[in-house]
Write a protein that binds this ligand. Structure first.
Ligand code: SAM
Ligand code: SF4
Length: 333
């Protein structure tokens, strides 16, 4: 298949779709969701698998080559594997990735391996069971560790996502780094963003990416900068003699917008061309109004050619005139 390269209005290639398949989740990570009072979407408000397949096929015909399934927790969606099997068959989709909290994941790892999953991002903010319970508000540490073990055994490329939370898990930075000593794993420390469904809960971000890197350097003076892949959102490092790598993601400081190649589809079927916008195209309504493939492509192209330059501009231009406040579980991270 002839691959096209699609560029946005800032000359950034667009080839990566992050798709939230559900807003539901079996954890309640406090930085992502409120503890109670969550209004989940109704089943009919989610895109069906047929709609997702059509949309991904259309996007693949425009130049999307990489898809990440996320959520909410993707494995909470019934028959997720059915969707995965259908997406890997779409001509032009070269890489399928998953972001998961790992609770229900381990049973599906052999099939994911067989289907050629490109990588799995596993969210794990702490290696301490009690702290895990406090952060996620659920006692589910063991199944997550089982998933990590299985992913490593099956040699599926695995990245661990750890949100760095002031006063909550900064003591976990060094133990998480130790995982990279003997395992081929990429541990990524993410700046906390105000996407917790309740509005911002810190006036200033204390643990910025600079502070995280400084902290690691203080404890590992040999920390070495390594090459950052094109369109990478992380600054990447390794410790001499260690097998894995360490990434630091300036998700709140937004230093990576200049090379951002990502678009997002929320659980409600809304297109976001930046994590910080509040949606630029209601694709679900478009799909359900009987639009032809060409009409949908035209609207997508318009959205791709009118992207904000960076996350600050996207946030300033939100049509709800509010700072970001929604839950990451509807956006997909
Ligand atoms: N449930 C899956 C999981 O936790 O991996 C997938 C969805 S989750 C929303 C995707 C990623 O977003 C996770 O790695 C999570 O840590 C990250 N995330 C959620 N809320 C965040 C926040 N407020 N700041 C930074 N990262 C956040
Ligand atoms: Fe669920 Fe993932 Fe959000 Fe945690 S970060 S509440 S696991 S969607």
């Amino acid at each position: 298949m002839q691959l096209l390269t699609l560029f946005d209005n800032h000359n950034r290639p667009i080839n990566y779709l992050r798709l939230a398949v559900t807003d539901r989740c079996n954890l309640r990570c406090f930085y992502c969701m409120p503890e109670e009072g969550i209004h989940y979407l109704l089943r009919k408000e989610l895109l069906t698998f047929e709609e997702i397949h059509r949309l991904v096929s259309l996007m693949a015909s425009m130049g999307i080559t990489k898809v990440r399934l996320t959520g909410g927790e993707p494995f909470v969606r019934t028959d997720l594997m059915k969707l995965i099997r259908s997406i890997v068959e779409i001509p032009g989709i070269q890489d399928l990735h998953l972001t998961t909290n790992g609770i229900l994941t381990s049973a599906f790892i052999p099939e994911l391996k067989k289907l050629g999953i490109a990588s799995v991002n596993l969210s794990l903010d702490t290696l301490d069971r009690e702290r895990f319970k406090t952060i996620t508000r659920r006692d589910e540490f063991e199944p997550v560790m089982k998933t990590l073990d299985q992913l490593l055994k099956q040699e599926i490329p695995v990245k661990i996502n750890a949100v760095v939370m002031d006063g909550k898990n900064t003591d976990d930075i060094l133990p998480l780094i130790e995982l990279t000593r003997n395992h081929k794993v990429d541990v990524r420390f993410i700046e906390e963003m105000p996407f917790n469904g309740e509005g911002s809960h810190y006036p200033v971000l204390n643990w910025t990416y600079k502070k995280i890197v400084r902290y690691i350097q203080e404890h590992h003076p040999g920390l070495q900068k390594i090459h950052d892949a094109a369109n990478s959102t992380s600054y990447n490092y390794t410790i001499p003699g260690y097998t894995g790598t360490i990434g630091v993601i300036a998700a709140f400081s937004r230093t990576f917008c200049g090379t951002c190649n990502r678009i997002r589809l929320t659980a409600q079927g809304v297109l976001k061309t930046c994590l910080y916008d509040n949606g630029v195209l209601d694709i679900k309504t478009l799909l359900r109004s009987g639009a032809t493939d060409d009409e949908i492509r035209e609207k997508l192209l318009y959205a791709f050619r009118h992207r904000a330059q960076d996350g600050f501009e996207a946030e300033a231009k939100r049509s709800d005139h509010l700072p970001v406040h929604e839950s990451m579980s509807t956006i997909g991270g």
